[in-house]
Design a protein around this ligand. Structure first.
Ligand SMILES: [Fe+2]
Length: 241
């Protein structure tokens, strides 16, 4: 499986608190069948507390650990970029990162409300050649209140990534039911783990999401969400249909 949303870098955001904890997450991801993991620290934390250069060097250290331990998993860099009116500038100046230097970028919409820059900024990113991969729309109030808005974003060429744990009730029953509806109506392209810890509620387990999605839409479509689609996003070859 391929995980495009993972907080695995130590002491950057609300993810792991040490290199050992990072490594425990990577080992757990590998154990549950993840072959490629994209490190997606929060853009705001990276730029406010440290730098892109520093997170790249942290990733290099973890890559060395993976090599030393002979783990069958590849690590790549990305970012979870919260949407703001200056998002296009942040990408242009290299402060925001896409997934593995492709045109696909993990974008987090505001959790609450509907600020007036949202639509314009998303469309500006597309104009600039960046394809927004919307992080966990099932947890975003704007989409919860109006799922047709997600459909409209997808029609413009965006991609939807739900969180594995949402499908098994880790964010409550309401989010679970809503996520199931999104999956059942074909509004989901990718399942990511959005992992923050090695074990428990925010663990790097894509398999639980795959199993839950398979019960709703069958194994083939569920496999596309954890395998084919994220793989081609990471390779930069994903085609918007
Ligand atoms: Fe995240």
């Amino acid at each position: 499986m391929y995980d495009i949303h993972a907080h695995i870098l130590p002491q950057i955001d609300d993810g792991p608190r040490s290199r050992n904890e990072s490594l425990a997450m990577i080992i757990e991801a590998s154990r549950t069948g993840v072959k490629t993991l994209i490190a997606t620290p929060h853009m705001k934390d990276v730029n406010e507390k440290t730098s892109v250069k520093h997170v790249e060097s942290l990733l290099q250290l973890l890559k060395q650990d993976v090599k030393d331990l002979n783990l069958n998993i590849t690590l790549k860099i990305g970012m979870e970029n919260h949407l703001a009116s200056d998002s296009p500038d942040m990408f242009a100046t290299g402060k925001s990162l896409t997934i593995n230097s492709t045109k696909f970028a993990l974008i987090e919409l505001p959790f609450f409300g509907y600020p007036n820059y949202v639509d314009d900024t998303l469309y500006q990113l597309i104009k600039n050649g960046i394809v927004p991969v919307l992080a966990h729309p099932e947890r975003i109030e704007l989409i919860q209140n109006n799922p047709a808005k997600l459909e409209a974003f997808l029609d413009k060429g965006m991609i939807a990534q739900i969180t594995s744990g949402s499908l098994i009730g880790q964010f409550g029953q309401e989010v679970k039911s809503f996520t199931e509806m999104l999956v059942a109506t074909g509004l989901v392209h990718v399942i990511g783990s959005d992992c923050h810890r090695p074990f428990g509620r925010r663990a790097p387990d894509l398999h639980i999401g795959f199993k839950a999605a398979a019960r709703l839409v069958g194994e083939l479509k569920a496999k596309a969400m954890v395998y084919d689609n994220p793989k081609s996003i990471i390779n930069g070859t994903y085609k918007i249909c």
